[in-house]
Design a protein around this ligand. Structure first.
Ligand code: SAM
Length: 235
């Protein structure tokens, strides 16, 4: 099985009850707060209500980033490789009375044979966000390039993920964790992410660590450090 296959397998099997586990709740709350506290740093326009102001939440899961930023974007597209996650995303959008402007589809930008959902995904997003998912893909450089192609000129790509333990000093993610086959990279150095942004033609690079560290269960690696990285597709 490929990393993508493992991800489909693992995330399709993830029950909605997972989001109620205390450490997951703390993590999603941390991401929500970080996104909302960094609106200006990211470069989100706070007064744009035009229907062309789009957020593309890639590897969206059940929609943590979409919901955190829903008040800024009239149109929100989600995409995820897991149909189970897409279904949870769309149920949550419905429950939040946001389904008229927030909808996810199944897709994988790294799958060149996918001419359906991928072909229909936005190419004019003001913001593309990929939160806690770059470490799940086999070829992060190609993923960053494909994500940057989804931006309108002046649009921003934002990645949230783990800082490599060589830079953060945090313990390594455990090799025997249940997720291990679905994880392709155990965090990223600042230089690695910066180089991938640069190779994708993104400019106005900025990187920062989240203010507080993140507590994963010990079996998954214990305390970890997350980063936010952003770059702009110049016009
Ligand atoms: C840890 S979850 C993060 C979900 C969400 N972005 C968040 O911040 O809560 C990782 C997500 O990445 C998705 N994923 C993994 N590989 C993917 C790929 N190649 N393309 C799209 N989604 C992928 C998984 O299905 C899963 O929903």
């Amino acid at each position: 099985m490929t990393t993508a296959d493992y991800n489909i397998h693992k995330f399709d099997a993830m029950s909605p009850a997972v989001w109620e586990e205390p450490w997951i709740k703390a993590l999603t709350s941390q991401i929500t707060t970080a996104l909302q506290n960094h609106v200006a740093w990211i470069g989100i326009e706070t007064d744009n209500t035009g229907s062309d102001y789009k957020l593309f939440d890639y590897a969206c899961g059940n929609g943590v980033a979409s919901h955190a930023l829903a008040s800024f974007f009239p149109v929100i597209h989600g995409m995820d490789i897991s149909s189970g996650m897409v279904s949870q995303y769309n149920v949550r959008a419905e429950d939040s009375k946001l389904s008229h402007r927030m909808h996810a589809v199944v897709g994988n930008l790294l799958d060149d044979s996918d001419s359906g959902a991928v072909a229909a995904a936005p190419t004019d997003a003001a913001l593309v966000v990929m939160s806690m998912a770059l470490h799940h893909v086999s070829d992060p450089a190609t993923m960053i390039r494909k994500l940057s192609q989804r931006l309108r000129p002046g649009g921003v790509l934002l990645i949230i993920d783990f800082v490599a333990t060589s830079e953060s000093g945090c313990p390594a993610l455990e090799d025997d964790s249940p997720m291990s086959h679905a994880i392709a990279h155990r965090g990223f150095t600042e230089k690695a992410v910066r180089d991938m942004f640069s190779q994708a033609g993104l400019q106005s690079w900025a990187w920062k660590w989240m203010d507080e560290q993140t507590k994963l269960p010990e079996a998954a690696g214990g305390v970890q450090q997350l980063f936010l990285a952003r770059g702009v597709r110049e016009g």
